[in-house]
Design a protein around this ligand. Structure first.
Ligand code: NAD
Ligand code: UD1
Length: 334
């Protein structure tokens, strides 16, 4: 039996495929490459020395999705495939609702037809909105401020409703905090198109001279140095969290929700300093106005993941900065 990984060519998906294969799981991967490249699949094979079946299929294509289930003995689905750019989701809400929601409905219909009722879903800390306090526990109130976040919250509810209707549905909701870093080989990582929105890809492009300086969005937040605080987590740690979630889903029933974060918050300036130290580089920056929609601080209480999944982040901020930059350097070489 196999683990089906939707969006397995993407940033978190590709790292998770590596960890699944290394832990002895059989996988089948589905992706439409709308935000990834086919070369990633060979990198996964190269890193693990293992092969797997791949389907270039769009989740919005019911026949394509049906074929994946008809041709394979799928036990559980890890569902990464989705669009994730917050700003674009505000400009193009229909595109986001259609891709993320309709795509998941088509996936779940196929799962149901084939009696596959275990799913591990990529949710996000964005479902906590602006938390009233930090660290954030899984039972905190939920709210969203943009269409991307709304798709995550709606999908959490849709998957929960499946379990209410049929308790055989086994649903794991993983709420990721801020994934950064890359595999230490530098072969896979995150390579956004155009000018990055997120902090670490932006810093990397300042470091390599593509962008002149970092704009630090606000230094008057109620945080220790006034800049925004987040829970950055190494993508390899996150990937290992999925392996643990799959293992646990085989034993637990119902709907299980876990924060995947380190539990430590770092400010924007902490990240700049850590990046400079880890890579022996200077990152020029200026203080800019706050970015609309940003919150002061967001970091996890990861106790539940530790207690129930037996999972805890291993990598620190220097390794995250080192591996992000190493991936960038390797990209230049290729
Ligand atoms: P990513 O864009 O690198 O990977 C998503 C993959 O899904 C891509 O390879 C893309 O081509 C594929 N895809 C998208 N729509 C598809 C469709 N309709 N059919 C088939 N394939 C499709 O993103 P990521 O950073 O790896 O994120 C993975 C998941 O985790 C997403 O659902 C995202 O919303 C969620 N998430 C990401 C972050 C983050 O900061 N990266 C944080 C929280 C949650
Ligand atoms: C973003 C998404 C969020 C998603 C999360 C994890 C937005 C508004 N939110 O959150 O939905 O769940 O990523 O991937 O995009 N910063 C700068 N200068 C920059 C870029 C960022 O100062 O050029 C600051 C931000 O103000 C923030 C921190 O760096 O304080 C992190 O920003 P970012 O990497 O974009 O992640 P989030 O805003 O946490």
């Amino acid at each position: 039996m196999s683990v089906l990984v939707t969006g397995g060519a993407g940033f978190i998906g590709s790292h998770t495929c590596v960890e699944l294969l290394n832990s002895g799981e059989e996988i089948v991967v589905l992706d439409n490459f709308c935000n990834s490249k086919p070369e990633v699949l060979d990198k996964i094979r190269q890193l693990t020395g293992k092969d797997f079946k791949f389907y270039e299929v769009d989740l919005l294509d019911p026949d394509g999705v049906e074929k994946v289930f008809a041709e394979n003995d799928i036990e559980i689905v890890i569902h990464f495939a989705g669009l994730k750019a917050v700003g674009e989701s505000v400009q193009k809400p229909l595109k986001y609702y259609h891709n993320n929601i309709t795509g998941t409905l088509i996936l779940c219909e196929a799962m149901k037809r084939h009696n596959v009722k275990k799913i591990v879903f990529s949710s996000s800390a964005t479902v906590y909105g602006n938390p009233h306090t930090v660290p954030i526990k899984e039972d905190f109130p939920l709210s969203t401020t943009n269409p991307y976040g709304s798709t995550k919250l709606m999908l959490e509810r849709i998957l929960t409703d499946l379990n209410v209707a049929d308790p055989e549905w086994n649903v794991t909701l993983l709420r990721y905090f801020n994934p950064i870093g890359a595999h230490k080989s530098g072969l896979i990582g995150e390579n956004p198109n155009g000018i990055p929105n997120n902090l670490m890809p932006y810093i990397c492009q300042v470091a390599n001279g593509t962008l002149p300086r970092l704009n630090v969005f606000g230094d008057d937040y109620p945080t220790p140095d006034g800049t925004g605080v987040r829970d950055y987590i190494h993508v390899v740690d996150l990937a290992v969290g999925h392996v643990k979630a799959v293992e646990r889903a085989r034993e637990l029933d119902g709907v299980n929700i876990y924060n995947l974060g380190t539990g430590t918050g770092y400010s924007v300036l902490d990240i700049v300093k850590a990046f400079e130290k880890a890579n022996n580089l200077k990152i020029p920056y200026v203080i800019a106005p706050r970015r609309a929609g940003d919150i002061p601080a967001c970091y996890a209480d990861p106790t539940k993941a530790k207690e129930v999944l037996g999972w805890e982040a291993q990598y620190g901020i220097e390794e995250m900065c080192r591996d992000s930059w190493n991936y960038m350097l390797k990209q230049k070489e290729n």
